[in-house]
Design a protein around this ligand. Structure first.
Ligand SMILES: CC(C)(COP(=O)(O)OP(=O)(O)OC[C@H]1O[C@@H](n2cnc3c(N)ncnc32)[C@H](O)[C@@H]1OP(=O)(O)O)[C@@H](O)C(=O)NCCC(=O)NCCS
Length: 136
């Protein structure tokens, strides 16, 4: 297995993985997110491959101040084998290489089960409120 930067050619396999992992929403086409992340100089999407098959992803980038991850997903037949941790370590390394000192992430309230995963990886409750406003 190996981790590599994704390319636009992976649009379909990445979208399918994110759908399966419950990370997509009808109003937010994942293809646009992937293309934007790949086009930017401060972001990328890392893919974990079993041979040629995409079995995990993490989108990572920074906003000039802090690092963020999105779309962390491991194919459900491969979970529980340390691959989610491996992807998060790769995202952390990607940010360290760019001198970003803090990584943040958001977990949907409906996805409370994944909080234990982040606990295991050393991610603490940042005790902040996140506010959002639609721009369309
Ligand atoms: C979250 C996710 C990426 C974890 O991937 P994974 O490959 O199963 O995780 P790992 O095997 O690397 O687990 C790492 C550690 O977390 C623990 N862990 C993983 N999932 C857990 C859970 N749901 N509850 C408690 N602990 C969990 C593991 O036991 C392991 O502990 P250890 O290293 O101390 O033994 C995977 O469950 C997934 O794709 N979920 C759906 C998408 C999602 O919710 N993404 C996060 C959006 S914020």
């Amino acid at each position: 297995m190996h981790i590599a930067d994704r390319t636009p050619a992976d649009l379909r396999s990445a979208s399918a993985l994110w759908d399966q992992a419950g990370l997509t929403r009808p109003w937010n086409p994942p293809e646009l997110d992937l293309l934007r992340a790949l086009a930017g100089e401060t972001s990328t999407v890392l893919g974990l491959f079993d041979g040629k098959i995409l079995i995990g992803t993490v989108m990572v980038g920074h906003d000039g101040h802090r690092g963020w991850v999105y779309y962390l997903a491991v194919d459900d037949t491969h979970r529980g084998n340390g691959l989610g941790r491996r992807l998060m370590v790769a995202a952390e390394d990607w940010l360290r290489e760019r001198d970003v000192v803090k990584l943040q992430l958001m977990v949907r309230s409906a996805n409370a089960a994944v909080l234990s995963f982040y606990d295991r990886l050393g991610y603490e409750d940042a005790d902040v409120q996140v506010r959002a406003k639609w721009l369309r």
